[in-house]
Design a protein around this ligand. Structure first.
Ligand code: HEC
Length: 184
């Protein structure tokens, strides 16, 4: 009895979703209002976004294949002076390259956003440690108070990603470790 009800439910769902997008869209739209506040990256500062987002959950809304976003990001990268240390293409200069497969604290969106916002010192105070060793070791200054909005920083990071020139497997950090060699 219970089973047949469940079965019917699943079937109805299937039919509803197969019936087209309009119904689903309406539900999603109304759902959005009741869901936890959607973040407007254009109006929130990077430090506020960092503060209100649990570790590991910051995700770039942009892709590095969006040419207009990447172009904006490049412009911002230069205007905020990132190039003074990292070089105009992010390839390094007096500071670590941003485009190779060595990531100092991790290569995921969340870690990069926090590093640029907080700087090395504050990031380390929050428990992060250097896991990757670049040829130059020094502190990244905090830019959270300088970069106008989280949106600007996401564009900058999309630009940085677009310049990535390392092993594709490491673009967003180290891939899962291979299983230890078996036997001896
Ligand atoms: C004063 C020099 C300086 C400036 C300016 C600077 N950085 Fe950095 N950046 C560093 C240093 C040094 C590190 C390495 C941090 C560490 O080892 O703790 C770093 C690390 C990074 C990393 C991580 C690189 C890796 O391989 O893991 C990213 C991403 C980054 N910076 C982005 C930026 C962006 C974006 C800007 C501009 C908003 C910027 N940096 C401005 C010095 C700088």
């Amino acid at each position: 009895m219970l089973k047949s009800v469940l079965g019917r439910c699943a079937l109805t769902l299937l039919i509803a979703s197969a019936a087209g997008c309009s119904h689903g869209k309406a539900t999603a739209a109304t759902g959005e209002k009741t869901e936890a506040k959607a973040v407007d990256y254009k109006t929130i500062t990077p430090p506020d976004l960092v503060k209100q987002t649990p570790k590991g959950q910051l995700k770039n809304p942009y892709q590095d294949t969006q040419a207009d976003i990447v172009a904006d990001g490049q412009h911002l990268f230069l205007s905020y002076g990132c190039n003074g240390c990292h070089g105009g293409g992010g390839g390094g200069g007096m500071c670590p390259p941003l485009i190779n497969d060595t990531w100092v604290y991790g290569g995921d969106d969340d870690t990069l956003f926090r590093l640029v916002t907080l700087g090395s010192d504050d990031l380390q105070k929050q428990g992060y440690t250097r896991i990757g060793q670049e040829n130059v070791v020094g502190p990244m200054p905090p830019f959270g108070g300088i970069i106008k909005s989280a949106d600007d920083l996401w564009r900058i990071l999309a630009f940085v990603r677009s310049k990535y020139a390392g092993d594709p497997q490491y673009k967003f950090g180290a891939p899962p470790a291979p299983p230890p060699p078996s036997g001896e």
